[in-house]
Design a protein around this ligand. Sequence first.
Ligand SMILES: Nc1ncnc2c1ncn2[C@@H]1O[C@H](COP(=O)(O)OP(=O)(O)OP(=O)(O)O)[C@@H](O)[C@H]1O
Ligand SMILES: [Mg+2]
Length: 231
Amino acid sequence: MAGSRRRVLLVDLDPHGSMTYYFGFKPDQQQKGVYTLFENPNLSSDAIMELTLPTEERNLSLLPSSMALATLDRQLSTQDGMGLMLKKVLDKVADRFEMVLIDCPPVLGVLMVNALAACDHVVIPVQTEFLALQGLERMDSSMQMVGKALKSTFPHTIVPTLFDRRTRACIQALRTLREDYGDRVWRSVIPVDTRFRDASLAHIPASTLAPECRGVDSYKRLLKYLLSVTK
Ligand SMILES: Nc1ncnc2c1ncn2[C@@H]1O[C@H](COP(=O)(O)OP(=O)(O)OP(=O)(O)O)[C@@H](O)[C@H]1O
Ligand SMILES: [Mg+2]
């Protein structure tokens, strides 16, 4: 997306901070970031922009995670309107970006509620493996619970990932996924591609390291699909 010259903001809402780490920043050393927004929900749009970090990719900035995010559940879960905090903040900078991607922890809590309330479309990557299918069931019921509370049915796409067509277990898991979730599942898959591991080792996007590899090609097709359903 950023590769196609559109301004993109990445929001790392996962206390583990893998995405922040990926771009060369240490989540445990970030003084400011997405946590600051929850502490000060009335920041101006300029102040919010100051919390974003540039990455080596043009047009791609990051609102970093920090370990403190893990404490939000305790601090916020009883406050009124706590689920809408991220949405309110992102609305203020919406005109500065073409797209905002929020990486969210897989467990139901304040962070997931905020991510769901702020987004137009939920992308649910699911490893083509049986344990992951169980995780999807939990994610699905979380989404329904939050949907009831927020009076929204979240448009979403389930994306089968790490697919290895030589492995029976993968093929079987993909079949079950399609049987159980039908057209909620993207019609294609993201294959296992070792170039992704090379890219994360090098801390650069796979689309920069290996623009021609199969995995990147699949993500490009996914992006095209998502853009067509979210317009
Ligand atoms: N399709 C793929 N093929 C091979 N390796 C992959 C693929 N997708 C991801 N990986 C590897 O797995 C790592 C973790 O992937 P990703 O961050 O998407 O997983 P995650 O489940 O969100 O992890 P976390 O729990 O850290 O948030 C990547 O950095 C990459 O090295
Ligand atoms: Mg993750």
